[in-house]
Write a protein that binds this ligand. Structure first.
Ligand SMILES: C[S@@+](CC[C@H](N)C(=O)[O-])C[C@H]1O[C@@H](n2cnc3c(N)ncnc32)[C@H](O)[C@@H]1O
Length: 420
């Protein structure tokens, strides 16, 4: 009995799609150029479908199931310091030399490196000699290494614990912030954010990981990706006596709530010199603000330490812009409701707006990355939302959606919400 479920015609048609897409490729300054991001995605989709069609169903399911081993090899390479130990100029390094530099036993090291080579996260130009390739070079960035460490040590343990966690709840609910599989996976009584705040290593890994170019390359990271801050916010709204009475800030004030180390504010200001006169305020929990200050913040960035689950303090009330990037998906609707009502209470009824940069998932046939990201969020009591879900949540908290700025063809978007 054939294990294949595909047909020669289906495979030929996929090969044809790939050939067509490849015909429209070019190289500019040594980099591959696609006609558009949609064209690149079409080629990736066709290539993935071809792989699925050519492999047997058994191979397909097995390749999913063996991914933890691939992840472990990558995590071991990072923990050992392999990326920094290899010559940056692309020359190769022998196993003997690597073993001496990294103080790792030779056979053990060779098995880890072999697994990395097998997933193309490293090159092996000759027997037991290793060299950087384009993928391993991404690991030269400490922020990228931090993101991958975070994904293995914290998200990974939580996701592995998810089936056991849900089964114990008889598959009746996804848990919540205070009762989630992160806690089971990390053997802690603390929910994710509280654990992170208390655990210095987790906090540092998290904050550095959020600055990773991988996040930016996957188009989550660029604050100004879809929302034209300059065009939308300039000219600065005039401050009338009436505004003042209502407590509106006199200068254009942009408050980044849960802004981490202020990367979004730095991107906005760098890309929009027309906003140089604005006030940029970074707000986050105290431990993160202190870390950000220690890491070094530009003089123009103000900071406010506090929790967005408490009423917003005077210095950040009446701002024209409240920004929430990659925060709301971390929380369930009940928690988001508290947060959003706190923001609403600080807003000016006419001049303030809330900008939310997060995913807006398609109602049907969501892409796999979104589906996986949603499961990651489930492990900490959060959720990725569809447009319908966003409209309900914001509507319940006193907001109306003025406009959704989509970052097509990705699922990332910035929602411009105003008070009803
Ligand atoms: C996923 S990170 C996003 C960081 C940043 N906005 C970005 O896009 O890079 C979520 C942020 O929410 C912050 N956060 C968590 N709980 C908070 C709270 N109660 N009040 C304020 N910020 C909080 C975290 O410290 C973290 O910086």
């Amino acid at each position: 009995m054939s294990l294949k479920s595909s047909t020669p015609e289906a495979i030929q048609s996929l090969v044809h799609r790939i050939t067509q897409a490849a015909n429209n490729l070019a190289t500019v300054n040594g980099s591959l150029q696609f006609e558009s991001e949609s064209a690149r995605r079409e080629l990736v989709a066709a290539a993935e479908q071809l792989l699925l069609a050519v492999r047997s169903p058994e191979e397909n399911i097995f390749s999913i199931a063996q991914q933890p081993a691939q992840n472990a090899a990558l995590r071991c390479a990072i923990a050992l310091g392999v990326p920094d130990a290899l010559p940056a100029n692309g020359d190769s390094c022998s196993l003997d030399d690597l073993s001496r530099t990294l103080k790792a036993e030779k056979t053990l090291l060779s098995r880890i490196l072999r697994a990395c080579v097998a997933t193309s996260t490293l090159s092996e130009p000759s027997e037991l000699c290793y060299a950087h390739n384009a993928v391993s070079r991404t690991l030269l960035s400490s922020a990228n290494r931090a993101l991958l460490t975070l994904m293995y040590d914290y998200n990974g343990r939580a996701i592995i614990a998810l089936p056991e966690f849900l089964q114990a709840r008889k598959w009746q609910d996804a848990g919540s912030y205070r009762d989630c599989s992160f806690m089971l996976g990390s053997h802690t009584a603390l929910p994710m954010w509280e654990y992170r705040d208390k655990d210095e290593r987790c906090r540092e890994t998290f904050d550095l990981g959020m600055e990773s170019e991988i996040v930016a390359a996957l188009s989550v990271g660029k604050a100004i990706g879809s929302f034209p801050f300059g065009r939308e916010l300039v000219p600065i709204p005039s401050v009338t006596d009436n505004n003042k009475q209502h407590g509106l800030q006199e200068e254009l004030t942009i408050v980044d709530l849960g802004g981490g180390h202020g990367q979004a504010l730095q991107d906005i200001r760098a890309d929009h010199p027309e906003l140089l006169a604005a006030r940029f305020v970074l707000m986050d929990v105290e431990a993160v603000i202190l870390d950000a200050i220690t890491a070094g913040l530009p003089a123009w960035m103000e900071t406010v330490a506090g929790s967005f689950f408490e009423p917003l303090p005077a210095p950040i009330r009446g701002a024209q812009v409240y920004y929430l990037r990659r925060c709301l998906h971390n929380w369930d609707d009940a928690a988001c409701g508290i947060l959003l009502r706190n923001v609403a209470a600080a807003m000016d009824a006419v001049q303030s707006r809330l900008l939310i940069t997060d995913m807006v998932i398609d109602n049907t046939n969501a892409v796999k990355e979104m589906a996986w990201e949603d499961l990651n969020m489930m492990t900490i009591g959060g959720i990725e939302r569809t447009e319908r879900h966003w409209r309900c949540l914001l509507g319940d908290c006193g907001f109306r959606i003025h406009k959704i700025w989509r970052q097509t063809p990705t699922e990332h978007a910035t929602i411009d919400a105003r008070l009803k």
